[in-house]
Write a protein that binds this ligand. Structure first.
Ligand code: 13P
Ligand code: SF4
Length: 317
């Protein structure tokens, strides 16, 4: 195993745990070479995956951008289904693998293509933006996609006073607060981020004096109390630049473990909320995925063509 991966993992876990994982880590490394595969991981994956086997780690936008310029014939996406689908849209000729059959997303599941058609019928003059946390079928019905990293720019780029942004009501609030635009939504929410409340923030601030960072999927009362609100990538950048000593990071729990690999001096306060979908990806799943070339992501051609346009419009901004 490469020295830098080993050093990072030693920082993240007890030696005994690492020893148990080492044979699987070695088999994954060999399979990656044999398959000429790359592994792309989201910031919510555990250090065993991000530091142990991933070639690229980032937020949804960075993962999509990496995939778009990637030359490898096989891409394993350690994230959830919509992320793997976005990669497949951008790399239709590649084999795109998702190592878990249980990696859904409460936001993506909250809305379907019929809902978009109904919204368009009710608001014919409103452009429709889909958060990337949606299915390809939804992306095929909208004008453009966005992620939490670029939602504000995407909304501004439309040049309108009123738009629809589906499905997340809290992301819509975040965009409305920063642009002054009227942002309609479909009432969806992330099952992980809605667990944070304004009372949590007040209590931690009072007791620990921590700097508070929140993801835009958190409720408005949390966003309003936070020192910084942004995508997982933007939060990592904020921490690297500002180097606060004590931090309340209001997002999925593994994000703090990944930042701690680079910035062990930060003390993280953790009301720990895990995303069960993200956590269904495991080293054993990655190994099986590379061995059997499964679970292959496929998107029906007529859907893929229209969905790709929405994603590419976003990447062009
Ligand atoms: P990011 O795009 O900020 O990484 O967020 C993705 C996500 O699913 C957050 O819950
Ligand atoms: Fe979906 Fe929320 Fe999990 Fe992100 S944290 S993948 S939005 S359920």
């Amino acid at each position: 195993m490469e020295d830098d991966r080993l050093t990072a993992l030693r920082r993240a876990m007890p030696e005994a745990e690492l020893e148990l994982a080492r044979p699987t880590l070695a088999r994954i490394a060999a399979l990656k070479t044999a398959r000429e595969a790359v592994i792309v991981a989201h910031n919510y994956q555990t250090p065993l995956i991000t530091a142990g086997v991933a070639d690229f780690v980032g937020d949804s936008l960075a993962m999509a951008r990496f995939a778009a310029r990637c030359a490898a014939p096989v891409i394993v996406v350690c994230g959830v289904h919509f992320m793997a689908e976005s990669v497949k849209l951008l790399c239709p000729d590649k084999t795109v693998l998702l190592p878990s059959a249980h990696a859904g997303c409460s936001l993506a599941e909250s809305i379907g293509a019929d809902d978009i058609r109904e919204l368009r019928r009710r608001h014919p003059d409103c452009p429709v933006v889909a958060y990337v946390n949606t299915s390809a079928a939804v992306k095929a019905e909208v004008d453009i996609c966005c992620t939490s990293a670029n939602a504000v720019e995407v909304a501004r780029s439309l040049g309108v006073r009123r738009l629809i942004m589906v499905p997340d009501r809290h992301l819509a609030d975040y965009v409305a607060a920063r642009t002054g635009l009227e942002v309609l939504h479909s009432g969806g929410a992330c099952e992980v981020h809605v667990r944070y409340s304004g009372t949590d923030v007040d209590a931690y601030r009072r007791e620990a004096g921590a700097v508070v960072l929140a993801h835009p999927e958190c409720p408005r009362e949390v966003q309003e109390r936070a020192d910084f609100v942004g995508s997982t990538g933007a939060m990592a950048e904020y921490l690297a630049t500002h180097r606060p000593r004590r931090v309340l990071l209001l997002t999925e729990c593994s994000m703090a473990d990944n930042v701690a690999l680079r910035q062990p001096e930060i003390e993280f306060m953790r009301p720990c909320n895990l995303c069960s979908h993200m956590k269904s990806v495991s080293l054993a799943g990655i190994e099986g995925s590379l061995e059997r070339l499964g679970l292959r992501i496929e998107v029906e051609a007529s859907v893929a063509e229209r969905a790709r346009r929405s994603v590419e419009r976003m990447l062009a901004i």
